[in-house]
Design a protein around this ligand. Structure first.
Ligand code: ADP
Ligand code: ZN
Length: 601
């Protein structure tokens, strides 16, 4: 590169030499007097000019270095041939050129090296940058190594079947999704699952982390995405796994810090690549995130990551299964019972459990034991819990009971009211991200219209959580905020949109239900308030009384079933998840079987 610069300088020197000649100042004065100079350009130190006609050697122009006018006149008087040397000679001129260039090139090179060390491949390598890929031709992981996430496994089996035989899979026109998004908290086994899919299908596993795409130089990330897909296509069928998709694909405008353009370019390239390939080529993209809510909606559109698989924290049974997987390689004393250890570790993820087995083994080694015993596990649990609690992760026993009562409240009210959907599952394990427990209801059929009674029952179910907290003698908790918001929405809709309030009558006040054009046609109406202050007060009152009635209904149901509520909450603390069967057994045991028909009015 430096040679190129020298070449440039040299050619410039040659060129100027041909076009004009450098002459002594005395010669310039002679030319001037002889009328051979047509025009001149003056600078502080030099004079450049054009001859009226080419001289003997064919030069059309000249340059000379200025001499102080007084001295020049004196010298000229004695007909001395004289010239000035241009400020320190040609070497100094050349150096004043070259030194800054060398300096800047040096800095540039230094920065490139820095970028290269960060894994970018550097600016020089943009065009042919090889992605720092982690390729495993055989991951060696199977579904047996992943435990406690049966639903996610079941969903991914289809991907395995497809990868094993992409051609005949598409025989009947069946479509394989291009992108599957694994959603769940960190450490729940998303990476492990993706590897297991590759292992089960016996295909190569290309993996890269979204965080790695966020590079210093614009354009590098996009080039890497292009490369990644190119390489994957050459190895199809295969899996591309993108960890931390949110680092790359968070919604535009969300990132305040730099790297913005870069991220957008990389994301656009990823979208383009995903749109550009045919699933029949046998490439499936799996991605993982624990923050699906911040992903750019463009990523989730049909034909991209349109299938989502939830990878939740394991419940007690799940934890016991995960422990069994990790205990396979450890030497275990006979007193170790995975179920008991699972009971000690609420809120642990798969990664926490793997860590626990390791801690226990270390503990046993330190005390020179023959095998890892139960005492090592209890010691390990204490250590890990202390660490996790620092990050505010685990629920304490009192919180667990509060959540269990709350969820059981939802479930019991739902089981008791005819207008509510049947309960499928109750759990105090956080579901997905950012929730406490959950109660899953399964609608028996698709519904297009709902009656006032059904809406009232649904609101009672929503308020059942808070009602249970009160019925059991607890204080109000913040855990019901979501429920309250949903119930309030329903109540407002009943009054404002569906005209279901007796006091207000069959009137619609919700302006959203009126087409915009209608409002334009009646400008007077559009500009005034839709209802008077008095009506507004009445609406508020009606919404509140509908909610109050629903809350009382829930409370009534739960007070009648207080024994079941308490027993159910205890069972839930113990088992963490209760399914339909277990709930039915609970109701039978506490003498409330078949309450779904004996509804409270
Ligand atoms: P994620 O990608 O969801 O953050 P990983 O797949 O990286 O989690 O999990 C880290 C480690 O934790 C795994 O390598 C494995 O040892 C352990 N692990 C996590 N989940 C499970 C599980 N469901 N079954 C068995 N081991 C698990
Ligand atoms: Zn709730």
């Amino acid at each position: 590169m430096i040679a190129a610069f020298f070449g440039l300088i040299l050619s410039q020197l040659l060129w100027t030499g041909q076009a004009s000649k450098t002459i002594p100042y005395s010669e310039f004065l002679q030319d001037l007097r002889g009328g051979r100079v047509a025009e001149v350009v003056l600078s502080d130190t030099s004079i450049q000019g054009k001859y009226t006609a080419p001289d003997a050697e064919g030069h059309r122009s000249f340059a000379t270095t200025r001499v102080e006018p007084g001295l020049a006149a004196e010298l000229d008087r004695y007909h001395v041939r004289f010239s000035a040397s241009p400020g320190g000679g040609w070497l100094a001129t050349l150096l004043s050129w070259v030194v800054p260039i060398v300096f800047w090139v040096g800095i540039w090179w230094f920065m490139l090296r820095g970028a290269a060390r960060q894994g970018a491949g550097g600016l020089l390598a943009i065009g042919k940058s090889r992605v720092k890929l982690y390729v495993e031709s055989d991951t060696g992981v199977t579904f047996d190594d992943v435990a406690g996430v049966d639903e996610a496994k079941a969903e991914l089996r289809e991907v395995v079947a497809f990868l094993r035989d992409p051609v005949s899979y598409g025989r009947l026109g069946a479509h394989m999704p291009k992108g599957v998004l694994l959603v769940g908290p960190p450490g729940t086994g998303k990476t492990l699952l993706a590897k297991a899919v590759a292992g089960e299908a016996g295909v190569p596993f290309f993996s890269i982390s979204g965080a790695e795409f966020v590079e210093m130089f614009v354009g590098v990330g996009a080039a890497r995405v292009r490369d990644l897909f190119e390489q994957a296509h050459n190895h199809a069928p295969c899996i591309i796994f993108i960890d931390e998709l949110d680092a790359l694909g968070s919604a535009r405008g969300l990132s305040v810090l730099g790297g913005h353009d870069e991220k957008e370019q990389t994301l656009d390239q990823l979208l383009a690549e995903m749109d550009g390939f045919d699933t029949r080529s046998g490439v499936v993209i799996l991605a993982a995130t624990n923050r699906p809510e911040i992903l750019d909606p463009a990523l989730l559109r049909a034909g991209r990551f349109d299938r989502h698989v939830l990878v939740d924290r394991p419940d007690r049974t799940g934890r016991a299964q995960i422990l069994k997987v990790h205990l396979r390689t450890a030497k275990i004393a006979s007193d170790v019972d995975p179920d008991k250890v699972a009971g000690l570790t609420p809120g642990f993820t798969g990664a926490d459990l793997a860590n626990l087995v390791n801690e226990a083994a270390l503990h046993a080694t330190r005390r020179d034991a023959e095998a890892v015993a139960m005492e090592d596990f209890t010691a390990g649990v204490e250590r890990i819990v202390a660490g996790l609690e620092q990050h505010g992760r685990l629920m304490n026993p009192k919180e667990r009971l509060t959540i269990a009562r709350h969820e059981m409240g939802h479930a019991l009210v739902a089981l008791s009211l005819p207008g509510a959907d049947p309960v499928h599952k109750v759990s105090i394990i956080p579901h997905g991200i950012g929730s406490l427990g959950y109660t899953m209801q399964r609608p028996t059929e698709d519904r297009f219209i709902l009656s006032r009674g059904e809406l009232a029952d649904r609101m009672a179910v929503l308020l059942g959580g808070r009602a249970a907290e009160l019925v059991c003698g607890g204080d109000l908790s913040t855990g019901a905020a979501d429920d309250l918001a949903k119930a309030t929405d329903t109540a407002r809709a009943m009054v404002l949109r569906y005209g279901m309030s007796d006091k207000i009558g069959h009137v619609v006040y919700d302006d959203q239900s009126r087409p915009y054009l209608d409002r334009l046609n009646e400008p007077n109406v559009a500009q005034t308030r839709e209802h008077s202050e008095a009506t507004a007060a009445l609406i508020d009152k009606e919404v509140r009384s509908i909610l109050q009635a629903a809350f009382e209904k829930a409370t009534h149901v739960l007070e009648e079933r207080r024994g079941t509520l308490e027993a159910g909450a205890q069972l839930l603390v113990d088992r963490e998840t209760l399914d339909e069967d277990e709930l039915r057994q609970l109701l039978a045991r506490t003498g409330l079987a078949g309450t779904q028909s004996t509804a409270a009015a």
